[in-house]
Design a protein around this ligand. Structure first.
Ligand code: NDP
Length: 311
């Protein structure tokens, strides 16, 4: 049998952890991290996060490229991307982490915890009568592998949940709408907005000054997908003027967030350093291995993406 190799590249992920778990799943695959130490002709699979320009062009026989993350915005625009199936990571561990981040962030606002955090710093006993969760309208933009389960977790917790995506979804308990024509009306009704859209040419700057202004006064915004989906200067204006009352931001146009960025000093912004969800190799390797098995059998990989669509 001819040899079959996988090339791994990431400056972020631990190659040893991936090698251990992936070769346990696929013992017949050679796992390489050094592109100079492998015959390029036998490299059929690439598992990469932001490899250098021209990287994929070195391997003429690729059959599958897997992005070592859920967001493919840094991959799809590359000019060396081969015309082969492209997949990305998604696993139950990642879904649970994202749902927990969304639940925490929404509940923090819904239960006024952000106000109590500040009151405690002032030594103030500040009673606010809690609202019924079923009265609180939470909107989730993006109902994909992360947004869908996050919306369901919000429903299970008792919120009034609405969701918006490109194609219409049917998620029990979630009032769904779809398409750019419906976005303005969707926003007008949302108290806590959760953004879980991929960054594509269509979604870049989607939440601009005009759309942010459609949110009801006192709205809260949670962005856990990509910073550039929101027009950051417009968000800063809205947070300063109070049009948007609070924001929880895990992602930014420039990361790490520059030291002099306005968000750092804004008391109504909670910053987390892009970790709403991460990949756990043990869980994700099984999915990557299954994708490789599927491609070997002539089937599409799991979690395939369409580079033309951008996600
Ligand atoms: P998916 O591709 O599974 O889902 C994307 C969702 O967005 C789909 O519901 C899709 O609609 C919708 N969508 C895409 N484009 C549009 C559009 N133009 N208009 C309306 N809806 C649109 O992605 P995931 O759920 O797996 O992940 C979402 C994003 O989260 C990732 O792209 C990544 O950037 C980010 N992320 C952030 C992490 C963090 O730690 N902060 C960790 C992991 C991911 P449809 O269903 O109709 O196709």
């Amino acid at each position: 049998m001819s040899r079959d190799a996988l090339i791994f590249y990431s400056e972020f992920d631990d190659p040893e952890a991936w090698k251990k778990t992936l070769t346990a799943e696929l013992p017949d695959i050679d796992f390489h991290t050094d592109p100079d130490a492998v015959d390029p002709a036998i490299v059929h699979y690439a598992l990469t996060w932001k490899p250098p320009a021209g990287f994929f062009g070195r391997f003429p026989n690729l059959k599958l490229v897997t992005n070592l993350g859920a967001g493919v915005d840094s991959l799809v625009g590359r000019d060396d991307l081969p015309d082969v199936p492209i997949s990305r990571l998604s696993d139950t561990g990642m879904v649970s982490l994202m749902s927990s981040y969304v639940l925490f962030s929404v509940i923090r606002y819904a239960r006024d915890i952000h106000i109590f955090e500040r009151a405690q710093r002032r030594g103030e006993w500040k009673y606010i009568h809690p609202r019924a969760l079923s009265d609180i309208r939470v909107g989730v933009l993006g109902l994909g592998e992360l947004g869908g389960p996050a919306a369901q977790a919000l429903v299970r917790t008792g919120f009034d949940v609405r969701g918006w995506s490109r194609s219409l979804k049917d998620i029990p308990g979630v009032r769904c709408s779809a398409g750019s024509d419906t976005l303005d009306d969707f926003l007008r009704d949302i108290e806590i907005l959760v953004i879980l859209l991929p960054l594509t040419p269509e979604t870049r700057g989607l939440l601009d000054a005009r759309r942010l202004a459609l949110l009801p006064a006192g709205a809260k915004l949670i962005n856990a997908s990509r910073g550039a989906v929101v027009d950051e200067p417009a968000l800063i204006d809205a947070l300063q003027s109070g049009t948007i009352e609070e924001a929880t931001l895990d992602v930014f146009t420039v990361e790490p967030l520059p030291r002099n960025h306005a968000f750092w000093s804004m008391k109504n912004v909670l910053i987390t350093p892009h970790l709403a969800s991460i990949t756990v190799p043990e869980a994700a390797a099984r999915e990557v291995a299954e994708s490789i098995r599927r491609v070997r059998s002539g089937l599409p990989p799991l979690h395939g993406i369409d580079p033309r669509r951008g996600y």
